[in-house]
Ligand binder design. Sequence first.
Ligand code: ZN
Length: 291
Amino acid sequence: LLNNPNSLAGVTEIIVNHIENHKLDKEKLIGVGIGMPGFVNINEGVNYTYLDSGNESLTGHISDAIGLPVFIDNDSSLIALSELKFGVAKAIKDVMVINLSWGIGLGMIINGQLFRGHSGFAGEFSHIPITEEGALCSCGKQGCLEAEASLLAVAEKALEGIKNGRISSFQGFDDKSKVDAGDALMDVANKGDQFAIELLSEAGYKIGRALSILIHIMNPKAIVISGRGVKVGRLLLAPIQQALNKYCIPRLSGETDIMISEIGFDAELIGAAILVMENFHKEEHQPASVQ
Ligand SMILES: [Zn+2]
């Protein structure tokens, strides 16, 4: 995505083809919602990190091509929105939603509302420094949470371990298939593979350490682990709790429930649909008068 000048054209083509191939009736579509990683300006419809759309807005570009309104938001914000509207965070006013996936994102619900911060970029949780000399992060620093504990980071450690002779049922992947490797690693971990469980436990402990910082700052009622990583949520809970026991003041950690999302895998898709629905009611689609 980052260095591919054709990525915007590619995404647009996927959406156009999806509508055509499934013979979707555009009359019945109210818009397209897109969740993306990166610094997203939802009002301008621009992602400052990915899919450079030149002078035009990203949403405007895609909207022109498909003839429907288009909305974008940060993936972790959408996941938090999903958990707030349809997930385990439904009745909770102050809750932090962790998007554990190929990266690690954060969506903050404060007083029942998604908190975006001054410029819309609140919740940059992934670059909290967790170790002094860790893996090199995409941001250029070492030892960031994302570089140490995201599913992609765990997959990289697994590939490295296998190369160095670790015994595991996780096999057959190389550096070119890290995403597939990440999925496979979660599958074998759920089947009891010791090496996979060891790596996920280490990641869980580091996530827990980062969560202790978050708890100290935000004092949330709950933290929801959501995103693709919910598949191994059960395996992560104990090491997360162990890190909280060590790093968090009991008066604070004792007040915060750690929960695993029930919609994690679909949370971003649901959030993208919510985004369209919320804007649909806000914008020009309001009926002029009630008959
Ligand atoms: Zn970083």
